[in-house]
Design a protein around this ligand. Structure first.
Ligand code: NAP
Length: 265
């Protein structure tokens, strides 16, 4: 089958592309670096010619809630419009577990993802939303985004991180189910999570240590109702979620082997 992967050069998207190609699918990557800008709607309709399923794994790093809403909302709207015109059978979108109950304004990225879910499901093309918990990579990403010096504030947050490889597996499985007509309704939603509950600050400390970096991680208590819900565990696996993949420690050992160069610097 012919599948388009929006964000197919990214952390998740590149894994989806590799898996689809390994199964013999024809893959079209939608990313600015290959000449398709979904936000600007440039090159999109041509790229979707003959495509049966679109998998959306796009992302952005922005500052404000409005910037995230603009990005994810526009991506979802433009994909729906172009997919409808091209006769695409289904859009499979990657989202995040538990964000829909948080209300707006507290977590900028989640505001954007909620807008993406809404816009995706407002279109005429059938959808499947896969909500994943934070990836095992999330603590490392946080360090890269936030820790500019020896101290790092980190929200007090229970997590249940998942291996990005099994998220990619699940997106590919959904794309194939969609293409074979195996999805029961036009608005499918599924959740996926890793096997262990943990605390974000502990994962951040473990990554810093594995990188050989001295970092004082200071758990912080964020104010507000949304942060309270996060502390109560809404970002962990909900009832009915698929539990899959290896543990954070197994991922850490793979990502940061003990004899690697990063420890020598
Ligand atoms: N990190 C987590 O713990 C976690 C957990 C659950 C779900 N998620 C979700 O997973 C998704 C993917 O995350 P990721 O870390 O894989 O992202 P990523 O590595 O930052 O990749 C983002 C992709 O989006 C593409 N892109 C950005 N702007 C674009 C545009 N205007 N037009 C076309 N393509 C564009 C990028 O390619 P170009 O730069 O070449 O355009 C890139 O391929 C996100 O939506 C995130 O919310 C993340």
């Amino acid at each position: 089958m012919r599948v388009a992967v929006a964000g197919g050069t990214g952390l998740v998207g590149s894994r989806v592309v590799d898996r689809l190609r390994a199964r013999g699918d024809e893959v079209v990557v939608l990313a600015r670096s290959v000449g398709v800008d979904i936000v600007a709607d440039s090159g999109l309709s041509e790229a979707l010619t003959g495509v049966e399923v679109v998998v959306d794994t796009t992302s952005v790093v922005a500052k404000t809630s409005q910037e995230y809403v603009d990005f994810f909302g526009t991506v979802a709207r433009n994909l729906q419009k172009a997919a409808a015109a091209a006769g695409v059978h289904r859009i499979v979108t990657l989202s995040i577990v538990g964000i829909d109950g948080l209300g707006g304004g507290a977590f900028a990225h989640y505001d954007g993802k909620n807008a993406q879910e809404r816009e995706t499901e407002s279109g005429t093309v059938p959808t499947a939303i896969l909500r994943a918990t934070q990836f095992h990579d999330f603590a490392a990403q946080l360090i890269d985004w936030v820790a500019k010096g020896p101290l790092m504030p980190c929200p007090k947050q229970p997590v249940q991180t998942v291996d990005v490889d099994v998220v990619a597996d699940e997106l590919v499985a959904l794309a194939h189910e969609a293409a074979s007509g195996g999805l029961a309704s036009d608005r499918v939603r599924r959740d996926i999570a890793g096997p262990e509950k943990g605390v974000l600050a502990d994962l951040v400390r473990a990554v810093a240590k594995a990188r050989g970096r001295r970092l004082l991680v200071i758990p912080v208590w964020l104010p507000g109702e949304a942060a309270k819900k996060v502390r109560s565990g809404v970002l962990q696996a909900p009832a009915g979620a698929k539990i899959a993949g290896g543990t954070f420690d197994a991922w850490l050992a793979r990502a940061y082997p003990k004899d690697a160069d990063h420890l020598a610097t």
